[in-house]
Design a protein. Structure first.
Length: 227
């Protein structure tokens, strides 16, 4: 095992330990954040920079380790911060966490991910070969693969870290804004299904398909125009 893998493995184990210490089971639930919302709001008002930094760190940890609760954290961000503050915090924290998960898959978990998701990997490799970054954009928006699976599988592709970062950040923005806006009315949210309705999922799917459809149309009709 080379030095790079050892460093990533140590960082991964450290992150898991921190998660057990600072995010005990049941913390990231809708009921929990509703119960503690007023206390957390007071904390943010008293210590705005420290609260934002802590929120950012917890979000990165949850995203990087693929822990359940990212959607709940986004709602909490909408409840605690302004829309623009929440958007900056969640957008960069979720993208950083996703990138760290992708790198962990690439340098530490490659063999295990390859065995576990062999069938899905064939689909992803074909999509990346055909559409490149457009395929990643579509996966981020469409409910085809879970968020953490996309991170793991992309680690086994040849996509560069910089491209993975900006495509992921751009594609995750619509859902981020939807959840942040819902978090501003946290008291009225009884379930995540209240936010991700079928029409909204359909709209995200169409948005994800747009770059793929555009590429197909160009490849199909550009030769005809040139003739």
């Amino acid at each position: 095992m080379n030095t790079q893998k050892i460093l990533f493995l140590c960082a991964l184990m450290g992150a898991i330990a921190l998660a057990f210490i600072f995010i005990p089971p049941g913390t990231l639930s809708l009921a929990s954040i509703k119960t503690h919302r007023l206390a957390l709001l007071a904390l943010v008002e008293q210590h705005p920079l420290q609260s934002a930094a802590l929120y950012f760190a917890v979000y990165v940890l949850v995203s990087a380790l693929s822990l359940p609760g990212a959607a709940i954290l986004t709602l909490l961000g909408g409840a605690l911060f302004s829309l623009w503050q929440g958007m900056l915090l969640v957008s960069f924290a979720s993208t950083l966490g996703a990138t760290l998960a992708m790198l962990a898959s690439r340098y530490v978990l490659r063999d295990g991910v390859q065995r576990r998701f062999a069938k899905q990997m064939n689909t992803v490799n074909a999509g990346m070969a055909r559409d490149g970054a457009r395929y990643l954009f579509a996966l981020r928006l469409m409910p085809l693969f879970p968020f953490f699976v996309v991170n793991l599988l992309m680690g086994l592709t040849g996509i560069g870290v910089r491209r993975y970062w900006w495509v992921s950040q751009l594609a995750m923005l619509p859902a981020t804004l939807v959840f942040l806006n819902a978090g501003r009315e946290l008291a009225n949210v009884t379930s995540l299904h209240d936010i991700l309705s079928l029409p909204l999922l359909f709209a995200f799917t169409l948005l994800g398909l747009l770059p793929l459809a555009t590429r197909w149309l160009f490849s199909r009709y550009t030769p005809l125009i040139k003739k």
